[in-house]
Design a protein around this ligand. Structure first.
Ligand code: XMP
Length: 317
């Protein structure tokens, strides 16, 4: 019978046998899958697992540092790389969602390849691929798919010539969470909402600037913190704020304002393929809206997305 504990035990033994004294490089995203894969590999091969966590400047407010701290706390051999500017430079002026995704994928590969080269004698690439990624590898939009879509763009980066080790590729998401819990991984990582690889870049409609990222991070943090303190966060499948490049008129004291709109999105779903908008309590929405408008400079209006998937998608891009 499958149990998380038996999976952990046999997988660690198999990884030890397979990898011996070899070195593995693995990209951490802050998400559940890569984190669980890393901890399993760490149990098997210790410091021969070299983790790389890239700050693409498109994560939630303070998330890079807090997740990096958690990883270090878990004893992982992890290197954090600040590549914000490289991503912002590559995104400058791009408005098409797919072009933005491609640019982010390309820069990630460059940054990761540079970092992987600095590890002497690495022979394996560790990945947090789970079973649904394997069966949907054509349509899935995860980081592994981003990498796949670059297979045919010139030569392969060196890290993609490495042998691949994917300890979670027989598991479904709920099983990954159970394995993570059996490994003692923090609920702050295991219980987190799904977050797209391109991050806030697809929650800022149109072109990306560091100023817009800053505004969205502030609004999103107010939103998510309120969901947490209201005890709603764990009941929602995914939530996030979206920056609309639309200006509307408002008043502040005696002044007329002409500023941007933040949209709040929260959905219930099983797998992201279909989703219903969440009926968040009105007083919670009112509190969040007031806090955002009163505290985030550049925003004078907040709206709530009441569209389900299909026909709308979860993300706006
Ligand atoms: P949509 O917007 O297609 O999103 O309804 C379904 C789920 O997929 C996530 N998503 C992405 N994840 N890279 C990712 O890693 C992407 O480019 C991407 N686009 C959407 C989205 O957050 C939701 O969970």
């Amino acid at each position: 019978d499958w149990t998380p504990d038996s999976f952990v035990e046999t997988t660690i033994a198999e990884l030890k046998a397979k990898l011996g004294d070899d070195k593995v490089v693995l990209g951490l995203s802050g998400g559940v899958d890569s984190s669980v894969a890393a901890v399993l590999l760490h149990h098997a091969i210790g410091a021969n697992l070299h983790c790389i966590f890239v700050d693409n400047g498109l994560l939630r407010k303070d998330e890079f540092q807090s997740v990096l701290d958690s990883y270090q706390h878990m004893g992982l051999n992890v290197r954090g790389i600040d590549a914000k500017q490289r991503f912002y430079d590559a995104l400058a002026g791009l408005t098409d969602p797919e072009k933005k995704r491609k640019a982010i994928g390309r820069v990630f590969i460059e940054v990761f390849d540079d970092a992987a080269h600095e590890i002497q004698g690495v022979s394996w690439l560790g990945q947090g691929t789970i079973y649904p990624d394997v069966i949907e590898s054509v349509s899935v939009k995860g980081p592994s798919a981003t990498i796949k879509s670059h297979h045919n763009v010139g030569g392969l980066p060196d890290f993609m010539k490495l042998k691949v080790v994917e300890p979670l590729n027989t598991l479904f998401k709920d099983e990954v969470r159970k394995v993570g819990a059996a490994l003692g991984i923090d609920q702050n990582i295991l219980g987190r909402h799904p977050f797209p690889g391109p991050g806030l870049a697809i929650r800022i409609l149109g072109d990306i600037t560091p100023e817009k990222v800053d505004i969205l991070q502030q609004a999103d943090a107010i939103y998510i913190n309120n969901l947490r303190s209201a005890g709603v966060y764990d009941k929602v499948w995914q939530a996030g704020a979206i920056y609309l490049p639309v200006q509307s008129v408002g008043v502040m004291g005696d002044e007329r304002t002409y500023e941007n709109v933040i949209c709040l999105r929260a959905v219930e779903s099983l797998d992201g393929m279909t989703a219903d908008w969440c009926h968040l309590p009105y007083d919670l929405l009112a509190k969040i809206s007031n806090e955002i408008i009163n505290n985030v400079k550049g925003i004078n209006r907040v709206v709530y997305d009441i569209s389900s998937k299909p026909p709308a998608t979860i993300e706006w891009e």
